[in-house]
Write a protein that binds this ligand. Structure first.
Ligand code: UDP
Length: 539
């Protein structure tokens, strides 16, 4: 991978002239700073001021043109974490004429994706906040191909997982610190600023306690397209399904330990009659971990960032997450949410240590490793006595949470096996499943109604329609139709589920009345299609 910028030759004089004459051009998507990504031509960056610069000239464009709303609170989020006040992006404005008095610009010829990594030392954050969002932001804009260059502006050093970021493009990603070595004034010929949040499934609790995002927009299919890409780049090939089935215990070796790991491994192997192996980030290469997990039937691990590796599990596999004493599994669900995304096809099981005897606490460690010795006596006592960490905002500095999160646990084997057995009846996955993608019906077509009146009190409504257009290309187990009959002006309706494409309604149908008839198709009981245009039927 090349670190030099001078890969693509550009005519310096021409580029400078274009910058002076045309200034900066910006066009963005998104209505709010939280869903905005901007495309720039000639966005510049002063490495001395550590500010982005927008140059005004006769040809510059700024859309949206927000005026001072650009600072309320910012133009956009530079990381995929929503509305985090340390992750905002903005630029300062100058007339292009000011370039005369500034350092000579150094042009960046590569198409750039400029963003912040959120927490590059934590594997969950690496995948959820950075890698998936970067991958799909690059899919969104066609000139962000493998020849694009990533610029990380959050100010961290490479971090332990930098090799993973390098897989996303053929060019070496550059960090904020490194920009200084390139020049005093950098000008990005073409750049995109910001990240798509469309793949994120979890919010970390900065405004309300942590939990799944309110409106999840990603499914297992997109997650697996991404993991397929990563595995290709890591040179990990899927092994044949005929090979032996096994369980992976993903252990932590520094803290939040499983104290009876050997016993656990033996018990799992015996119970499920499967080879059981351990991996850890400290003892295995990343590729080895991916290779092992991508063929595993079950992944067992303490709650923690390493569990994001369930991304790589095959369909049908089981995730078992172990929670230390006093930590309610329902309150910390990043990995449960991942495993249960539609189409991930993973089984998720949480086990919690409920026995105080089986936990080992570390009150005397530093506060960031769960120590509580710095707190006053009464508070220490309250924490030690409490049987559940109350819900709280962002876990970052909550001493009670950290105290419990960094306990070691002696896993009660019978209780764990029992919990797993409630869900995994026979042998755990992976199953070579048929494509389980679910397709929805289109609208029913050519809906018609015909009314007939018998005497002054009885009437009938014959309604017919044609199958949805896409049905003739599909094999669908069960096709049903839902019909709602609503008297005009009423806000209640009579619902019917029907198997045929016509039906004569006589119950509760009055003469000389106008009815609204709503019809939709349903595949396999729960795939509801759209309603066709409403039919107006007068008896
Ligand atoms: N980690 C690890 N082994 C350990 C402790 C931590 O591999 O014994 C990794 C963990 O998976 C994560 C990073 O180190 O990627 C930071 O761990 P931390 O406990 O701070 O975060 P958490 O796992 O609770 O999200």
């Amino acid at each position: 991978q090349s670190q030099e910028l001078s890969q693509v030759q550009i005519d310096y004089h021409e580029a400078l002239q274009a910058l002076v004459e045309d200034g900066t051009r910006m066009v963005c998507t998104g209505r709010m700073h939280t869903d905005r990504i901007c495309r720039f031509e000639s966005l510049c960056y002063s490495t001395e001021a550590e500010e982005f610069i927008y140059f005004h000239s006769n040809s510059s464009v700024m859309l949206p043109n927000l005026g001072s709303r650009r600072f309320q609170p910012a133009l956009l989020d530079l990381s995929s974490v929503e509305d985090h006040n340390t992750q905002y992006f903005n630029f300062v404005e100058l007339p292009a004429a000011a370039l005369k008095f500034m350092p000579k610009p150094v042009f960046v010829p590569d198409v750039a994706l400029i963003a912040n990594r959120f927490n590059p030392d934590n594997l969950m954050h690496v995948f959820h906040d950075d890698l998936l969002p970067i991958y799909y932001t690059m899919q969104q804009f066609s000139d962000l191909g493998l020849e694009a260059r990533l610029f990380f502006m959050e100010g961290w050093s490479e971090g332990v997982h930098f090799d993973l970021y390098k897989l996303l493009s053929n060019k070496q990603p550059l960090l904020r610190e490194q920009l200084k070595t390139l020049g005093r004034l950098l000008c990005f010929t073409k750049s995109y600023v910001g990240l798509s949040k469309i793949t994120t499934w979890y919010q970390y609790g900065f405004v309300q306690p942590q939990g799944p995002k309110a409106n999840i927009l990603v499914s297992g299919n997109e997650v697996r397209q991404f993991t397929k890409f990563m595995m290709q780049k890591l040179n990990v090939t899927m092994e044949e399904s005929s090979s032996e089935e096994y369980i992976v215990v993903f252990s932590r070796t520094i803290n939040r330990l499983i104290l009876n790991e050997a016993e656990l491994i033996l018990a799992l192997a015996q119970e499920f009659q499967m080879k059981t192996i351990t991996v850890s980030l400290e003892e295995h290469s990343f590729s080895d971990i991916v290779r092992l997990i991508s063929n595993a039937s079950m992944l067992v691990s303490m709650h923690g960032a390493q569990l994001v590796m369930s991304l790589f599990l095959p369909r049908g596999a089981t995730v078992v997450e172990l929670f230390p004493y006093a930590i309610n599994p329902e309150h910390y669900t990043p990995y449960k949410t991942l495993a249960t995304l539609p189409g991930m096809d993973l089984q998720y099981i949480a086990w919690q240590n409920t026995d105080r005897e089986d936990t080992v606490t570390y009150p005397d460690r530093p506060w960031d490793q769960g120590g509580i010795a710095h707190l006053d006596e009464a508070e220490q006592e309250r924490i030690i006595k409490n049987t559940e960490v109350p819900r709280h905002l962002c876990s970052c500095r909550n001493p009670e949470w950290l105290f419990r999160a960094y306990q070691d646990t002696k896993v009660n084997i019978p209780s764990l096996i029992q919990v797993i057995r409630q869900t995994v009846k026979s042998k755990p996955g992976p199953k070579k499943q048929k494509w389980s993608g679910s397709l929805y019906p289109g609208k029913v077509r050519d809906a018609k109604c015909q009314a007939s009146v018998q005497g002054t009190s009885e009437a009938k409504l014959a309604v017919s329609w044609q199958i949805p257009w896409n049905l003739k290309y599909l094999k669908v187990r069960e096709v049903k139709y839902e019909v709602w009959i609503q008297e005009q002006g009423e806000n209640t309706y009579m619902p019917y589920i029907l198997s045929h494409q016509n039906h004569t309604f006589s119950e509760n149908i009055k003469p000389f009345t106008i009815y609204l008839v709503w019809i939709r198709c349903i595949f396999n009981k729960n795939l509801l299609g759209p309603f066709a245009d409403v039919l107006l039927c007068s008896t």
